[in-house]
Design a protein around this ligand. Structure first.
Ligand SMILES: [Fe+2]
Length: 203
């Protein structure tokens, strides 16, 4: 994101960065598990030197991991509801959910690969996603909510992804990581649009 900033006044001795307006760095920074550096410090591969200090790359990778977990959980819930939706809105919702989960699925790869480009491992298991995500899963095998409840959950899920994206954008901005900001801003725009479209069904 192209933002006008005053010249860097960051000090190595400065305490943990606060976000905009004095907010603490995103909640994502405190969630576990932490991503592992890749290549590991003892590796013979060249050390990563893309102009972002390792300390910042790690914070950004951690917040991106939380974002990936939220985005993946919302993707899965949207696909679940595509399968299990019933009622008079079936055709419209079955197709709408498919469009959304397909687009979300394609975006997951870019998020995970950005974590790798920053030199950290990406989470890739259900257990890791559950541990990192702020979105509650919805089981579908034995029971499924009615279509209004599905839409309501997807509004909330898309809004949760938006909040996590905003936190991660702050962390990326603190590290002057424009590619990550650009990626997250695109995802934010899309999930804000999905939240609007889904909410409109309930009005
Ligand atoms: Fe399908």
């Amino acid at each position: 994101m192209a933002k006008s900033k005053t010249p860097k006044q960051k000090s190595a001795a400065a305490p943990a960065k606060a976000g905009k307006a004095g907010k603490p760095a995103g909640k994502s920074a405190g969630r576990s598990p932490q991503p592992a550096a890749s290549p590991a410090p003892e590796s013979k591969a060249p050390a990563i030197d893309i102009g972002i200090p390792d300390k910042d790359r790690k914070k950004i990778a951690q917040s991106l991991s939380v974002f990936l977990a939220d985005a993946y959980t919302l993707y899965l819930k949207t696909h679940n509801f595509h399968w299990n939706v019933t009622g008079p809105m079936f055709n419209a919702l079955h197709n709408m959910f498919e469009q959304q989960y397909t687009e979300q699925w394609n975006a997951l790869d870019d998020i995970a690969e950005r974590i790798r480009a920053l030199g950290y491992n990406a989470p890739g298991s259900y257990a890791e996603f559950i541990g990192l995500s702020s979105i509650k899963e919805e089981p579908g095998l034995e029971t499924a909510p009615d279509w209004r409840e599905m839409v309501r959950q997807l509004v909330q899920g898309n809004e949760a992804v938006c909040r996590t994206a905003r936190e991660a954008i702050e962390v990326a901005d603190d590290g002057d990581d424009e590619p990550t900001e650009d990626l997250l801003i695109q995802r934010l725009q899309t999930h804000e649009k999905y939240a609007w479209m889904l909410r409109s069904l309930l009005q």
